[in-house]
Design a protein around this ligand. Structure first.
Ligand code: G6P
Length: 606
């Protein structure tokens, strides 16, 4: 979703701004723009890719202060007029904004009555005009006054022609990070843009502002109370945000999984005690063990990880575990009390609905935990405790390595809690050992990529696909279907295999490919019966299985074999061929794999 970058210092601002916007491309966007200031303010904007913007830029851009933005349309279609930065009527204010101004319609009407002319359909433009209206020689004061008039979510960065070299930023809901340099300072909505430039950052909290000059940054609340900044160190991970030899980030991230999976459990497996160490839970473990109910809440792929977590936690803890879409949870007055643990799962740590669900759960007295990838993200900060998945930056919009790392962490959580409750040492140790052996098994699955590429071609010409699984393989089926539709635009549905005969079976004919996840577990024979039902109706089948026995070979059009594992780890192994299938199908269909249409990596609006 929308991205923000800013620079003020002694160097030319445009190279940082353009590189920063390029790095934020992965979040999803449909237009981009930059504003540069020295004697006056110069704005360049373009619909579509960053390269369209780059082509429009004049060769010489000497300004040493500027702001840049990638927009993901909410109010008004993607167009140059709706792209940020927006300018005030007098042309002196340039402003970029992430989030949504909820009362923009009434503010817009008031401004039009006062003679302001709107040049865009956006909710953002009103902010630029309001700042012009309130400006009496002090940009910081004008921004403060305007923020008192608006409701909604925002991360904003503003410049005024009369105050060259200065950027005023403020945050409520949408992420903003200030990067501190020597004689130069930076601003970004996402740390990815700052990597390689500075390691010292201040993460703005809701209701905070920053006045950024080349030699100084002043922090305060929107109510003008001065703040002492808490500087945190950004681990430099530049090489992890480069594609290297891979044609797409998604493929690179799929192939990184042996390492990311082992990073997720590194230092956390206690073989001698047959359990897991999760330091982020130390302060809350007593309270967590007293909870009589767990709610897992998330969106998208993370929601599918939560479904796998539900099976595991309920099976081993013997307490009720539910999974809720964060967007539904927050609005339906859920039954939650101080004996409920609400665990939010999020790769980005900034999904607006997940964050709001956590706040709602906290308000009701629940213990709120987070399973996150982004260190120091809003969701991590909102939790009473939690566990990082340590998968490293995920750039492909379709989540892959973060999903498998979320499953690893949910397994660690299950082991840790179950060992305190009723799981015996040998079962715990067995699971710990199985986890240790997992990266090698993932490597084995990846060795079959060429064969999976061949098998995937069968799906490419189709318009629909059905994914089936039972038990732990059901959420894997849902995730497989989501991956396919996200990046190849083939309509795909995931279904519990047994439910197929209650509806989807009507769709099955030779034009309906069916992907069946059939690991060797207690459900295997039943899934094979479901496969027979598909076969009897001429459906084309690809089966992910741990054993390719003759019966299966006869029934399935294609079999992709994965190594044997403990049943609770099989979702990790079976999801990897599904990731590869969606990738190769999308490539065969000529789709933009890393930036699929209309999707955003981090959904920071409700
Ligand atoms: C977006 C992304 C999905 C992701 C979902 C939840 O829709 O495109 O890939 O699963 O948000 O994101 P989170 O960062 O909270 O896991």
């Amino acid at each position: 979703m929308c991205g923000i970058v800013g620079y003020t210092g002694k160097a030319k601002a445009s190279p940082f701004l353009m590189e920063g916007l390029k790095r934020l491309e992965y979040r999803g966007y449909d237009s981009a723009g930059i504003a540069l200031s020295d004697k006056g303010i110069e704005i360049h904007r373009a619909k579509g890719k960053i390269d369209n913007l780059r082509q429009k830029l004049p060769r010489e851009l000497k300004q040493t202060c500027g702001i840049g933005h990638t927009r993901w349309a909410t109010h008004g279609k993607p167009s140059e007029a709706n792209a940020h930065p927006h300018r005030s009527q007098d042309g002196k204010v340039a402003l970029i904004h992430n989030g949504i101004i909820e009362n923009y319609a009434s503010l817009r009407t008031e401004l039009i009555e006062l003679g302001f002319e709107m040049k865009s359909e956006t909710d953002t433009e009103v902010l630029a005009h309001l700042i012009q209206k309130c400006y009496k020689g002090d940009l910081e004061a004008a921004v403060r006054e305007v923020l008192g008039l608006v409701t909604g979510a925002y991360g904003i960065a503003v410049m005024h022609e009369n105050e060259p070299g200065r950027i005023v930023a403020a945050k409520m809901g949408s992420p903003l990070i200030i990067g501190l340099g020597t004689g130069e300072n930076y601003l970004a909505s996402d740390r990815t843009a700052l990597m390689g430039h500075t390691q010292n950052v201040v993460i703005l909290e809701d209701g905070e502002m920053a006045v950024i000059d080349p030699d100084e940054v002043r922090f305060s609340t929107i109510e003008a109370e001065a703040l002492d900044p808490q500087v945190t160190e950004l681990k430099d991970e530049v090489e992890r945000i480069e594609k290297g030899e891979f044609p797409h980030f998604m493929l690179k991230e799929i192939f990184e999984q042996p390492r990311t999976i082992s990073d997720s459990f590194a230092g956390r497996l206690l073989s001698e005690e047959g359990t897991a160490h999760l330091g982020g839970l130390d302060n809350v473990i007593d309270r967590l063990m007293e909870c009589d109910r767990i709610i897992l809440t998330a969106c998208g792929t993370s929601w599918h990880a939560a479904l796998v977590g539900e099976y595991m936690l309920e099976e081993y803890l013997r307490i009720p575990v539910e999974v809720e879409y964060a967007s539904e949870f927050r609005y339906r007055n859920p039954v939650v009390d101080e004996n409920t643990a609400v665990i939010a799962i999020s790769q980005s740590g900034e999904t607006a609905d997940t964050l709001a669900a956590m706040k709602e759960a906290k308000r009701k007295g629940a213990l709120v935990l987070g399973i996150c990838n982004r260190v120091g993200s809003a969701i991590a900060r909102e939790s009473h405790g939690g566990v990082y998945i340590h998968a490293g930056p995920e750039i492909g919009v379709a989540s892959t390595k973060a999903f498998t790392s979320q499953l690893v962490v949910l397994t660690l959580l299950t082991i840790k809690l179950a060992r305190i409750r009723s799981m015996g040492f040998s079962e715990g140790k067995n699971l710990v050992d199985e986890l240790r052996g997992l990266p090698d098994k993932v490597e084995q699955v990846l060795k079959g990529a060429k064969e999976i590429e061949r098998i995937s071609q069968m799906l490419a010409p189709h318009h629909n696909a059905l994914y089936l699984g039972r038990g732990l393989a059901f959420p894997v089926a849902l995730e497989g279907a989501l991956k396919l539709k996200e990046i190849s635009y083939i309509h795909a549905e995931g279904y519990p295999a047994a439910e197929m005969k209650h509806g989807p079976i009507a769709l099955i004919d030779e034009n309906m490919p069916v992907i069946v996840i059939a690991p060797s577990d207690d459900n295997y024979e039943k899934v094979i019966s479901n496969l027979q039902e598909v076969r009897a109706r001429s459906g084309k089948t690809i089966v992910i299985a741990t054993q390719a026995d003759t019966k299966l070979q006869e029934l399935a059009d294609e079999v992709i074999q994965i190594p044997h594992s403990h049943p609770i780890l099989s979702p990790i192994l079976s999801s990897i061929p599904l990731q590869l299938i969606s990738y190769y199908v999308a490539v065969a269909r000529g789709c933009d794999v890393d930036q699929p249409r209309n999707l955003a990596k981090s959904v920071t609006v409700e």
